[in-house]
Design a protein around this ligand. Structure first.
Ligand code: APR
Length: 311
């Protein structure tokens, strides 16, 4: 049986890390796509990593291209085409530029691989996933966004650093849009099964929630020329792996909601089951009044940006 085909649209900072992680996990053969002006970078990264594969000993094949036809029949597509933030910018400030890029990307993907499981990472995340869905006409099972795993990774890493415990033992998740109003659910966050609310005082926990919400901006401030790229890549590869290996993982992803959590017809972050059918199920639960209010605030922000796409 042929190996799965994984197309990475955008061979920049996140694209390169996606390629490395996907290839090292032997998820399939990896094709790095970028615009003609950056084709050399796509081909160069692929060749460099192919050489790395002899040292790290993995069998994935890597290639670079600026021809969409090379993505024909791809099983998974991960999109990072677009500009990243610079200090002082919000994700929403990227909309004008990145929507034009997404329109071009989605139009081409619809032609060459309409049935692929498509994961978008470009920002503003929730609105870009919506644009991808509108333009490709793909299904809600197959058109998704990566944000909740990244936001959750930030939240969990801050908790594990605060308590000096293994990050393996911190569980929890972040609901909502990939913006400053995201909703870390502290009530359901545990450390080795113990509620985090028993271990960290409320005021300190609130500081950790705030740092999580601003986690992307913190990295933009440090990098200065771009935004985060290691953790975003790892998060999207986790989603791709769950799909390709039918793992039925329960992961927070940006998905199309139709009434879950009281939200209708919107791409929004929620816990879902990811397996061979893509997004197989949204995992719902009852929110407290405070959580409902926080989710409503995040929903309003996402709806505003989605409306600006005019799609
Ligand atoms: N088609 C394909 N690729 C494109 C297009 C296009 N129309 N326009 C730009 N690109 C490519 C660029 O050439 C570049 O190689 O997208 C790549 C983006 O890479 P980086 O600038 O390194 O950005 P990165 O850090 O990878 O972030 C990409 O993800 O997290 C988000 O906010 C971030 O929107 C940004 C995206």
């Amino acid at each position: 049986m042929a190996r799965p085909k994984i197309g990475l649209v955008g061979a920049g900072q996140i694209g390169g890390n996606l390629a490395l992680l996907a290839a090292q996990k032997e998820l399939g053969d990896v094709i790095l796509f970028d615009i003609p002006q950056a084709e050399g970078m796509a081909k160069g990264k692929a060749l460099d990593m192919q050489q790395l594969s002899t040292v790290e000993r993995f069998d994935s094949r890597l290639s670079g291209t600026s021809n969409y036809d090379d993505l024909a029949g791809a099983d998974v597509i991960i999109i990072t085409a677009g500009i990243p933030r610079k200090p002082g910018m919000s994700r929403e400030d990227l909309l004008g530029t990145n929507l034009k890029i997404m329109t071009d990307v989605a139009t081409n993907l619809k032609r060459v691989c309409p049935d692929a499981f498509m994961i978008n990472i470009a920002n503003p995340l929730d609105a870009m996933v919506y644009a991808l869905k509108q333009i490709t006409g793909g299904t809600k099972q197959k058109i998704v966004g990566m944000s909740g795993i990244l936001d959750t990774a930030r939240f969990k890493s801050f908790i594990s650093m605060e308590l000096g415990v293994s990050m393996k033992d911190v569980t929890g998740f972040v609901l909502g849009g990939h913006g400053d109003d995201m909703v870390p659910i502290t009530r359901l966050t545990t450390v080795g099964g113990v509620p985090v609310t028993e271990l960290i005082p409320p005021a300190r926990l609130e500081e950790i929630v705030t740092r999580t919400r601003k986690g992307g901006a913190e990295l933009v401030g440090l990098y200065k020329t771009g935004s985060a790229y290691f953790a975003p890549a790892a998060a999207a590869v986790e989603m791709a792996e769950a799909y390709l290996r039918d793992q039925k993982r329960v992961l927070p992803c940006c998905v199309w909601l139709e009434g879950e959590f009281g939200i209708n017809d919107l791409y929004f972050g929620a816990p879902v089951v990811v397996g061979a059918d893509g997004i197989e199920k949204v995992v719902t639960f009852e929110l407290t009044d405070d959580e409902k209010a926080a989710v409503a605030k995040s929903e309003a922000s996402v709806r505003k940006t989605v409306a600006e796409t005019k799609l």
